[in-house]
Design a protein around this ligand. Structure first.
Ligand SMILES: [Zn+2]
Ligand SMILES: [Zn+2]
Length: 110
């Protein structure tokens, strides 16, 4: 019984660690220094993803034109009822040309 509990705890621990690692991966990734990346043969900027996520739209490619979400929800309802003005509340992200990411300058330059 003790062994089962221990292994279950171990499995839970590993699962938790994996989950944390997955969640924290971007943050951990930012901690990896450029020198470490270059020593690993990875791109210093993007880690060989060849893409850099847009910070403005968070990779979605679109940004809300107006502020509070509740207005958007109300607008959605109005659009559903009236069927007009679609896309009025969402605009293309001008920073990334609505792609949600940029080509990595380092990778695309070489
Ligand atoms: Zn963007
Ligand atoms: Zn790169």
């Amino acid at each position: 019984m003790d062994n089962i509990t221990a292994s279950e705890l171990a499995g839970f621990g590993v699962g938790t660690l994996l989950l944390c690692a997955t969640i924290a991966a971007p943050k951990i990734d930012s901690f990896i220094s450029a020198s470490q990346r270059s020593s690993l043969g990875m791109c210093k900027r993007c880690g060989d993803l060849r893409l850099i996520a847009c910070s403005t739209c968070r990779g979605i490619g679109a940004v809300k034109a107006n502020g509070p979400i509740r207005f958007d929800l109300l607008d959605d309802v109005l659009q559903t009822l009236g069927g007009s003005g679609s896309d009025a509340r969402t605009t293309r992200c001008t920073k990334c040309q609505a792609k949600g990411h940029f080509p990595c300058p380092d990778c695309s330059a070489s």
